[in-house]
Structures are given as C-alpha cells and as structure tokens.
Design a protein around this ligand. Structure first.
Ligand code: ZN
Length: 432
C-alpha cells in the first residue's frame, strides 16, 4: 500500500490550503502541515482538489477501429484529462450488444488500470433499432453494465424505446438516448440555418432532436424508467427539459452537454474543415448561451465529452465524406473553465457537480463522485486554476488528432489524477 501526500491543496477551491494524505485507496487525513511519511509528495501550490471526473460518453473505438483509438490510448487521454471513470460507447465493430464484447472492453480497462472503463451496452442488436439486445445478460456479466445506448443512432421506434425503459428499470439501468429523429436528418451535414444554407450543406434541424427528447421524457414518465439524454445541443431541448423537470415525475430524466456545444458555433463552418463536423452539429450562439445557462441551473445535469477520435483518412477528406466527431477527454476541463468558471456561471463546487458527482449518480457508481473527505475513496483530480496552456492536437494521447480546439489557449490545467489512491497522471505525464 502506498501513501501519497498532497501538500497545499484547496478542496473545491475553498479556504486556506491544506494537506491531504492518501493511504492505500482512501483519503486518510486532511489537515494543515501534516508531518507524515509518504512514498510520494505532490507539492500543489494551492491547486484545486476535486473528485475525479466521470465521463458518461466516450468512444474508445476498440474493438474494430484500433487505428483511431484503443482502450489503452483512450485511458491515457482520460487520466491526463482528470478522469477516473469513463463510459465506453457501444458503437464498436463488433457492436457491444452482448456479454462477450462488453466483458472484453471492461477487462482491457482493468488490465491498463489508468481509469475505470465501464462499457455501455447497445440497446438494440447491432444498433439497428429493431430488436432489443440482451440487456439483462450484459447487466449480469462481469462488466456489470448499467448504461445502455445505441449512440451514433437514435432508438427511434417508440415501442422499442418504451420496452428498453421498462426492462432496464427492473435492474436499475439507464437508457442514454442519442436524440435524432432520422426521418428529419436524412443526408444532414450541418445545423439547419443560415450558415448551412449559404454553404450549400443539407440541414440538421433542431426539432429532430427536440421531438425525440419530448417523446422520451413522456415515455420515461409513463414507464418509470431512467432516461439520459446525450449531447443536448439546442436551446429548445433545454426548454423541454426545464419543463419536464418542473413536473413531479421529474427525477428519472437526466441530460448531458458536450464541451464543444458549450463553446463552438456553426460560424466555424466557413472553412469546410471537417474537424468541425460533429453529430449533433455545432449550432448557434443563442443555443450555446442557452446550454451554458441550463448547465449552470441544473436543467442539464452534467458535462460529457462525446470524445470521438477518428483516423486521419476519415477526417482529412471532403466535408460530406468525413465522419462526425471530435476529441474531448484532454480538453474538457479547459473548455468548462473557459465557458463556465471564467464567466461566473459555475464555481469549483459546480465543476465537481457537473463533471463528477452528477455523472456518477446517473450511472449508479458508488465509489466515484464522492466528497473530498477523510475515509472516502481517493479518486481525485488536482487542477491548477490559473495555468493556461495551448492545445496541440498532435501531442494529445489519442491516436486520432481531430481536435477543434487545436491551437486554442485554454485555462485550467490538470496537475495530477489519482485512481483509488494511485497517481495515474502527474504534470502532463501518464503514470503506469
Ligand atoms: Zn451521439
């Protein structure tokens, strides 16, 4: 059992700096000027100490597209980004719609040991939207799957969605919906608005998302199932969620927003650079501002990256042929600090809530998103709130380099990440 002493840290960025002793897998003691033997001392200089981040929405691409990302490289990016748990989406090849594939991903995560990798199970066989996958078998597998999603595709058939909500509620699972009415987005390439019209790109209209969100809130209320809305991208969706959560039946609907939808708009499309192509698409300034407000007031529960690495040949091509998706794990904190903390919308307690506590609660993780307090599991991230850094896509740990934040200066740097008391990242380097 190793002991790590964190010197001069400020839990939640509050109060005078304290020392935190991590002994084995737990926080043993918090106090001032602790004089103890430790195997490693981290001099933090007043950095902010938070519970480790939890990402409900990550694409690790293994199995099938190990040229874009692997469980190993994705785990490295996660540790460097301050994450102690990630949920790996099911749209791999083969699809994670059975116990064999989810156990493979879960086991690879354990072997690498940098972050808890929780596989997401597909809702339907092959993500085809036609027949429920074996949700119970995946739940009972070694991977203990609790989150189910056809992400990349919408569970568009309302009867299938109803059955998925009913069935997962019997074992405490949650259905994470990629809300996109497919009949309204055939051939869509960009947010349906002035920019898409000017650039000649087929539109992805906001109601394609909003109609599914409204429908699924109603189905969740009717069935008592737990519904999580992936990557909320429009002001209208935030309004629907606000309305739904104001009703009594509210508690079982949650939602996430991505860092890119908190910062970027479709004004970036002028260059036709496919690094800006993502699904749902970048939208308008009004949507961005509405999503920030919704995250601040809890209408949207949490931040999730939708980290979506792609091989170069799938991004360095013409817009219509490029795959949608952006890197997110190593830049999420910086974008959240830039858009939410520096703007006064969230304090560091708020950051802990949206990046750690709420996602852990939504997914039912007992040992993540816990308070920074003695006796609690030492899943932690240490953040220098004042440091600014320039994103260099080529230097990120992911195999793909499709970061829309390349070259941008972001505030808030991860100093260290601890998973069950062990340093997994320190000063920008992965610790194995
Ligand atoms: Zn999606």
């Amino acid at each position: 059992m190793s002991r790590v002493l964190l010197k001069d840290v400020r839990p939640y960025g509050e109060g005078e700096p304290v020392d935190v002793l991590v002994d084995g897998e737990v926080i043993a003691e918090i106090g001032t000027e602790l004089e103890v033997d430790a195997d490693e001392i981290v001099h933090a200089g007043g950095a902010v100490l938070l519970p480790g981040f939890v990402d409900l929405h990550t694409h690790l691409r293994e199995p099938g597209r190990e040229d874009a990302e692997t469980v190993e490289t994705g785990s490295m990016a996660a540790a460097l980004g301050g994450y102690t748990a990630v949920f790996a989406m099911a749209n791999t090849d083969p699809v994670a719609d059975n116990a064999v594939v989810v156990e493979h991903v879960w086991r690879r995560g354990r072997e690498i040991g940098l972050v808890d990798v929780h596989p997401v199970g597909a809702v339907t066989v092959g993500l085809k939207g036609e027949k429920l996958a074996e949700l119970g078998t995946m739940a009972r597998s070694a991977a203990g799957v609790r989150v189910f999603s056809d992400d990349g595709h919408c569970v568009h058939d309302p009867l299938i969605m109803r059955r998925a909500l009913e069935y997962t509620s019997s074992f405490g699972g949650v259905v994470a919906q990629h809300a996109e009415e497919p009949r309204l987005t055939v051939g869509a390439q960009a947010h349906e608005g002035a920019n898409a019209a000017r650039l000649g790109l087929a539109g992805w209209p906001a109601p394609a998302e909003e109609a599914i969100v409204a429908r699924d809130c109603l189905l969740a209320g009717h069935t008592g199932g737990a519904l999580h809305i992936c990557h909320v991208s429009t002001a209208g969706t935030a309004e629907i969620l606000r309305w739904w959560k104001s009703r009594d039946a509210a508690g079982r609907v949650s939602a996430e927003v991505t860092p890119h939808h908190l910062l970027l708009t479709d004004d970036r499309l002028d260059t036709y650079d496919p690094v800006n192509k993502v699904n749902p698409p970048l939208r308008t300034e009004a949507d961005v501002l509405a999503l920030r407000r919704a995250l601040a007031d809890g209408t949207v529960d949490c931040v999730a990256t939708d980290h979506a690495p792609h091989a170069a040949q799938d991004k360095d091509c013409e817009w219509s042929a490029a795959r949608p998706g952006m890197l997110g794990l190593q830049t999420a904190l910086g974008v959240v600090v830039h858009t939410m903390v520096r703007t006064g919308l969230l304090d560091w307690r708020g950051v802990a809530r949206v990046m750690s506590e709420r996602p852990a609660e939504i997914a039912g993780l007992a040992d993540q998103g816990r308070p920074v307090a003695a006796g609690e599991p030492a899943n932690l991230v240490l953040v220098d709130p004042d440091a600014e850094w320039t994103v260099r896509a080529a230097e990120l740990a992911s195999l793909g380099q499709n970061s829309p934040f390349d070259g941008m200066r972001l505030p808030g740097r991860v100093v260290a990440t601890l998973l069950r008391g062990r340093l997994t990242a320190h000063e920008g380097k992965v610790r194995r």
